[in-house]
Design a protein around this ligand. Structure first.
Ligand code: F6P
Length: 321
């Protein structure tokens, strides 16, 4: 039996609650004691730790956000902050910490493992899908479906008015939200930080589309490339066209998680608890590869090479004329 603490960190993502629920219930089922830490590493430094029972996680599986709240902590990003966090965890007699979050949160967990020898287990949960060791992060499916639904609505009005529209989506330095929502909504152009873009190629395509009678171009722009206002100015330098911009913003982070995100949360939590049942120590992260649940050392996870899906990008391009 282990005393396991769980926190959510970084940007919230749909499916965080479903994952917390699965950790609490699978953990208690296996005989572990589960503690929730509020407001991520910041809350840990403020000792916001409380015991969780299975009732604390009732009626949350369908809710977006995180009942444990989340924060970005400057103090934890220092060696002193990491030491203080480890001391607090030890004072509460916690054996291991489950970190539900993305790349930045995993880097925090890695510091706890490598600098303070504290046991940490990472569960990938971010809308950005920017952890390349796993095919999907929890929250990505919901976020991309939200984006697709928004683009469908925008497409209706753009078509009615014969307008083009640049839609800026989140993802930090990763283009996956733009790529997957772009291909799924039939976008004419998709701009991602992983690939250079040629403004002339985009405007030539817009011109050709106009000649063919296709005037409602949808350009999906990942925030890691540039802002939608900047891209609009670049396009209008080259071509005289009515063009609107929409920055989708936080709508992408909220909302009820899809079935896929809820199921992924349950499966990853199950593997995490199985590792604790087998006396896990050190730093590991769980993920999904080719449909199978995997676990890898946190160092391997954070050094995994980028996984941008160029094949999918080429399909999207081929289908967009
Ligand atoms: O990491 C998730 C994310 O939503 C990114 O896509 C985005 O760049 C960032 O968080 C926004 O962060 P904040 O909540 O600090 O505005």
């Amino acid at each position: 039996m282990a005393k396991i603490a769980v926190l959510t960190s970084g940007g919230d993502a749909p499916g965080m609650n479903a994952t917390i629920r699965a950790i609490v219930r699978s953990g208690i089922y296996a005989g572990h004691e589960i503690y929730g830490i509020e407001r991520g590493f910041e809350g840990l430094l403020n000792r916001q730790i409380k015991r969780m029972d299975s009732r604390c996680v009732s009626d949350i599986i369908q809710r977006g956000g995180t009942i444990l709240k989340t924060a970005r902590s400057e103090e934890f990003n220092t060696p002193e902050g990491v030491r203080k966090a480890a001391e607090i965890l030890k004072a509460f007699k916690i054996d291991a910490l489950v970190v539900i979050g993305g790349d930045g949160s995993f880097r925090g967990a890695k510091d706890l493992v490598n600098l303070e020898n504290f046991n940490c287990l990472g569960i990938p949960c971010t809308i950005d899908n920017d952890l390349s060791y796993t095919d999907y992060t929890i929250g990505f499916d919901t976020a991309t479906n939200t984006v697709v639904s928004a683009i469908n609505s925008i497409r209706d009005t753009m078509t009615s008015h014969d307008r083009a529209c640049i839609i800026e989506v989140m993802g930090r330095k990763c283009g996956d939200i733009a790529l997957y929502s772009g291909i799924a909504s039939g976008a004419e152009s998709i701009l991602v930080p992983e690939l250079p873009f040629d403004i002339k190629a985009i405007t030539n395509k817009m011109r050709t589309n106009q000649i063919k009678g296709k005037v409602s171009d949808i350009i999906v722009l990942a925030e890691g490339v540039c802002g939608c206002g900047e891209l609009k100015a670049m396009i209008q330098e080259e071509i005289d066209i009515v063009i609107r911009t929409v920055k989708l913003g936080y709508i992408q982070r909220g909302g009820s998680p899809t079935m896929a995100d809820r199921v992924l949360g349950a499966r990853l939590a199950e593997r995490a608890i199985a590792l604790f049942n087998n006396g896990f120590t050190g730093g590991r992260c769980v993920g999904i590869k080719n449909g199978k649940i995997i676990d890898l050392s946190i160092d391997e996870v954070l050094n995994a090479p980028s996984k941008f899906n160029k094949e999918l990008y080429d399909i999207a391009t081929k289908l967009s004329f």
